[in-house]
Design a protein around this ligand. Structure first.
Ligand code: F6R
Length: 364
């Protein structure tokens, strides 16, 4: 039942504040402001490297977590899409850990990568939504994500719940490795606890996003750019748009534009710039100005300060609440998903059942 929404995807987008909160409650104790991991989780203090793997949207969640594991835990992360990792000659280290991310728990390539890592002596953990799935059964440890059933083929709430779970795991890893002290842990717990409210605020901008999406629906190609933790979100934005609206879209690290993709820019190509007012903001904005100087249409997604500082000449802007800089993808996922959703509804595509796609990819 779609709960009054036109599509499951819309329902699932709007459920995010609630299910993110549920997911967080599996990991953090609001009273003591500390993080706890399930029994038998990795011995993060001793781990020398974590291998992370997944497919599609779940892979982008994993890619975002790499920034978190590095910054909060100083933990080296090897990450690859599962269909590559499983066939690579990965130099796994003795006693290493491998973490797989999957909504369905049935993705064939992810399962095969898990089995390969197990055969190579790695301890296996999984961030998985369906508890009775193959990946959940075969993992040594399950990190839960309480997204509830996801029906729409395009992953939305599973993505932000994966992020919530991964952020908690990375904070716990940072604490175990002595990289975060108790005060730093408390500050991150508080920042995480704010995300459901911030996502709700971001979702309240749906009306304006729908109007912008009607214009995006006219485009043939769309570029998404971001830096740091927002680079994987740019990749996710492009994936979401192409899979449900069938508009060609690409995500790039903003710094890569001048190494090729800027050749695509003309007055018909919207460039969606994900740039919260963080330490990388100025660099990203200067990339945006390069796009604008070539006649490109810049759509900036940022907070109030970020939009104000960007200067004149933006094609459109979407204002997002201010959020802890490393947690921006959790909140910025909302406008990214709504843009794809409304672009698709403007084009009249089958949002919940896009052509050629299946909810769970059990073939290799
Ligand atoms: C995109 C999407 C897919 C899945 C991918 C992995 O919206 O839904 O890219 O993320 O097929 O699926 P799971 O997470 O079930 O392993």
């Amino acid at each position: 039942d779609k709960d009054g929404h036109r599509h499951f995807m819309a329902k699932e987008i709007h459920e995010q504040p609630e299910v993110i909160a549920h997911t967080l409650s599996r990991y953090l104790d609001p009273a003591s402001e500390t993080m706890r991991l399930p029994e038998g989780a990795f011995d993060f203090a001793r781990l020398d490297r974590l291998t992370v793997s997944a497919c599609g949207t779940a892979y982008y969640a994993g890619l975002i977590s790499k920034y978190w594991f590095e910054t909060w835990a100083g933990l080296p992360v090897e990450i690859d899409i599962a269909s590559e990792l499983r066939y690579r000659d990965v130099p796994y280290t003795e006693g290493g850990g491998a973490l797989f991310v999957s909504q369905s728990g049935e993705t064939a390539d992810t399962l095969a990568a898990l089995r390969e890592a197990r055969a190579r002596g790695q301890k296996i953990a999984a961030v998985v939504n369906v508890p009775e799935s193959s990946i959940a059964r075969e993992a040594d440890v399950i990190f839960p994500m309480a997204a509830g059933p996801e029906i729409g083929v395009a992953s939305t709430k599973a993505f932000t719940c994966q992020l919530a779970a991964l952020a908690c795991i990375a904070v716990a890893a940072g604490r175990a490795r002595g990289r975060l002290d108790a005060e730093a842990e408390r500050a991150l717990v508080r920042a995480l606890l704010e995300t459901p409210r911030l996502v709700a605020e971001a979702l309240a901008g749906a009306g304006e996003i729908e109007a912008i999406a009607r214009e995006i629906a006219e485009a043939r190609d769309v570029l998404y750019v971001g830096r740091g933790v927002n680079f994987p979100l740019a990749l996710e934005g492009a994936l979401k748009l192409k899979e449900i609206s069938y508009i060609h879209a690409e995500g790039y690290a903003a710094g890569e534009l001048k190494h090729g993709p800027i050749a695509l820019i003309d007055k018909d190509v919207p460039v969606i710039v994900v740039a919260p007012r963080d330490a990388l903001y100025e660099k990203t904005i200067s990339n945006m100005h390069e796009v604008m100087a070539r006649g490109g249409k810049a759509l900036l997604i940022s907070d109030r300060e970020g939009i104000a500082e960007a200067g004149d000449g933006l094609w459109r802007a979407i204002e997002t609440p201010t959020v802890h800089p490393l947690l921006a993808p959790v909140v910025y996922a909302a406008p990214i998903q709504l843009l794809a959703y409304y672009t698709a509804t403007a084009k009249g595509t089958d949002v919940d059942q896009p052509r050629n796609l299946a909810k769970s990819v059990t073939v290799e």
